[in-house]
Design a protein around this ligand. Structure first.
Ligand code: WTA
Length: 685
């Protein structure tokens, strides 16, 4: 069934994926770049033997090395339990606490060291430097507040809707200290999106902030909490308490009123907890650390559940060896902590290694495209991590800016979407000044940490290619029939991972069937099998492997649009459009965009008798922003007389995608209504 529907999708709705595959096929092989000698001389991992040590036949023993990067209250009894595929368990019997691994254990050596540099967007506001000791104090006090004012205990879920401020990791680590499961919702998401996630995770406490800076404005954020509580209530879910941090302690910066008995200003409660310490809960390794909601093939976002032990071990290991973080480095990942990249590679990975991690509040191009390089210079950042979208924007708005500043990166990362070789080369030559090692890391919310990347101290770099599987990860490409493509065939197929690994999600929150269905069912050889070898993980991305073993990722094979590196479900967007009473059908397609990679175009058909108008188009756009957030705002809403349909009545998104992308929709004669194609072409901008 799954196989059939996936095949149907790839035939009927390839949309831009087809063109991406074609680009890939026409892309010439790029030449290699070598990481600088000075980089290799100091790199944490230069021993090629790591791949022999971590060969498939040595699974799962080699993951011991990952677990050993952490401090355990009780050592594990068994490294891997595969008895209930695909619900793998890692470091079974072990007990630990994520917050004490990211803070307490560093105090002896590093208490005076900066854990977090918080950079406010307004350039005249001083940068705040939190030492590990201060982080320890603030996390303890907030943990005491959560425990004593909210009655939270291990296993409870809490929703966070926090902007990019130091209080976000403080809140996450305070939850982790108690064994409370945090679920951070990206601050750019709407109150409604926050409500959906809070009710799915059954969070009764919402942690937010009154306001934050973005693009030169102090945005009201508290109002979204009011919407979230109201929307959750409609869904039958009660949020009892809203904890509101003040962006400026002592001053409430939102016009939204505080609701008596429900809303509490954190900064007013905290003095009661001054000096309080909370013993870190000794949690089972496979207890959940957090949920991270992500888009998939059906409408509702899924809560990817990540474990404490396996996840933390995996992000610590990959931070050390792929990000090459040493304790003396200043590390800046410009992602948002509201996405998995921020969880793994701003908070948990770097802090587990006692690094100094930078958190920047605002837009990379505010007030101008020189901002990131001024921050880098000011803090002497030497490891820099961002997405192709940000790189494209910085290149477009300030190609010559980096040369004006005296920072020096030893290492740079790109993540989140395929990077065009030309953009890679600018990143390397101009941002990296030709002196940095670059890693292109391919992975997902579900996978916890990196899957494919070069090891910067070992491999050469190839623009546009992620690289081979990272040590311990064994990818394979399967065709639609489940046959494995020959290694290095240069043919496109579905990329899978043969072996389980500690960072992989444990399940989808409250939906184990969907977990099995979505990631394992398609290529599982025998659903009764207890052998992990029969359960490859299907990532849902198309990929090709070149002769040198490097993988190039082509994009999603399911109904997901990757906008500026953020996954948005097409069904989520279409469902939002259908909330407008005039709309009877909606179809969203990805359009290539110079900066964001992809942006959505939204096609809608109206109920009989309804007149197309700008007003309706605006209502549709507003519905998408309300339901999901500004990030999903369509480039344009196109009101069509009818959707192009197959004879069986399926909307042909492929045709719409071609029109939106200015391409030839190909042979449309087999459609039920071929004449509508020209009519639509006349309307689209
Ligand atoms: C895409 C972000 C090409 C891919 C970490 C994947 C990439 C989805 C890369 C996951 C990369 C991520 N090259 N494509 N280096 N990294 N992707 O869950 O389609 O937000 O499935 O996780 O982004 O997005 P997610």
């Amino acid at each position: 069934m799954a196989e059939q529907s996936a095949r149907r999708q790839s035939k009927e709705q390839p949309g831009a994926e087809v063109s991406e595959a074609q680009i890939a096929v026409h892309w010439q092989e790029e030449k290699y770049y070598s990481p600088p000698k000075e980089f290799i001389a100091q790199a944490n991992l230069t021993d090629k033997n790591v791949f022999k040590r971590m060969s498939l036949d040595k699974f799962p023993g080699y993951f011991k090395e990952f677990g050993e990067l952490l401090d355990w209250d009780k050592k594990w009894d068994k490294i891997f339990d595969g008895s209930k595929p695909p619900f793998w368990r890692w470091f079974v019997g072990g007990r630990l606490n994520a917050s004490s691994n990211c803070i307490d254990r560093h105090l002896a050596m590093h208490k005076n060291k900066t854990a977090i540099h918080f950079v406010p967007e307004p350039e005249n506001e001083p940068i705040q430097h939190l030492t590990y000791q201060e982080l320890y104090v603030r996390v303890n006090e907030f943990a005491a507040l959560l425990r004593d004012s909210c009655g939270l205990k291990a296993g409870d879920r809490v929703t966070l809707h926090m902007p990019m401020v130091a209080e976000l990791p403080i809140a996450m680590l305070a939850c982790a200290r108690l064994g409370v499961v945090h679920s951070q919702v990206f601050s750019g998401f709407s109150g409604k999106a926050c409500a959906d996630r809070a009710s799915d995770s059954e969070s009764h406490v919402l942690i937010t902030m009154d306001a934050y800076h973005r693009g030169g404005k102090l945005l009201d954020h508290k109002e979204k909490a009011d919407t979230a509580v109201a929307e959750a209530a409609k869904d039958g879910h009660k949020i009892d308490k809203v904890l509101v941090w003040q962006r400026y302690p002592g001053r409430y910066s939102s016009p939204a009123k505080l609701v008596d008995g429900r809303d509490f200003v954190v900064n007013e409660l905290l003095p009661k907890y001054r000096g309080k310490r909370v013993e870190p809960a000794q949690m089972a390794a496979d207890a959940p650390l957090f949920l991270m909601y992500t888009s998939g093939t059906t409408g509702r976002p899924k809560g990817c559940q990540h474990s404490i032990g396996g996840y933390l071990a995996y992000v610590a290991w990959t931070s050390k060896y792929i990000q090459d973080i040493h304790p003396e480095d200043v590390y800046w990942c410009m992602a948002d902590i509201g996405w998995i990249t921020g969880h793994s590679y701003i908070v948990y990975g770097p802090l587990a290694l006692a690094a100094s991690s930078v958190i920047y509040e605002g837009l990379p191009t505010y007030p101008d495209a020189g901002r990131p390089w001024r921050i880098a210079q000011e803090l002497d950042v030497n490891i820099f991590h961002t997405s192709p979208t940000a790189i494209r924007a910085l290149r477009k708005e300030g190609a010559d800016e980096p040369a004006k500043y005296g920072y020096r990166f030893k290492h740079m990362t790109t993540v989140g979407e395929p990077i065009e070789p030309e953009v890679w080369k600018w990143y390397h030559a101009v941002v990296g000044k030709g002196r940095a090692a670059i890693v292109d890391t391919w992975w997902q919310t579900e996978t916890g940490g990196f899957l494919c990347s070069t090891v910067p101290g070992i491999h050469k770099m190839k623009p546009g290619s992620a690289g081979p599987g990272v040590p311990g990860i064994h990818p394979a490409i399967y065709d639609d029939e489940g046959k494995e493509l020959k290694a290095g065939s240069g043919k496109a197929g579905n990329i899978c991972i043969r072996n389980p690994w500690p960072g992989v999600m444990q399940t989808i929150w409250k939906n184990p069937d969907r977990f099995v269905q979505q990631y394992y069912a398609r290529y599982c050889k025998d659903r009764k099998s207890k052998d992990w070898r029969d359960w490859p993980y299907m990532a849902g991305d198309g990929a090709v492997q070149a002769k040198d073993g490097y993988y190039r990722i082509l994009g999603r094979i399911d109904d997901v649009i990757n906008v500026a590196g953020h996954r948005l479900g097409t069904k989520e967007i279409e469902s939002a459009a259908l909330l407008v009473p005039e709309v009877v059908e909606a179809a969203v397609v990805p359009v290539a965009d110079q900066i964001k990679g992809k942006v959505p175009d939204l096609y809608v058909a109206l109920k009989p008798g309804m007149k197309p108008s700008d007003d309706v188009a605006k209502k549709v756009s507003a519905a998408v922003v309300t339901e999901i957030g500004a990030i999903a705002r369509p480039r344009q809403v196109v009101i069509v007389p009818d959707m192009p349909k197959t004879r069986s009545g399926k909307i042909m998104r492929r045709v719409l995608a071609a029109i939106s992308n200015g391409q030839d929709p190909g042979d449309v004669s087999t459609l039920a209504n071929p004449e509508v194609v020209d009519a639509i072409r006349g309307i689209v901008k």
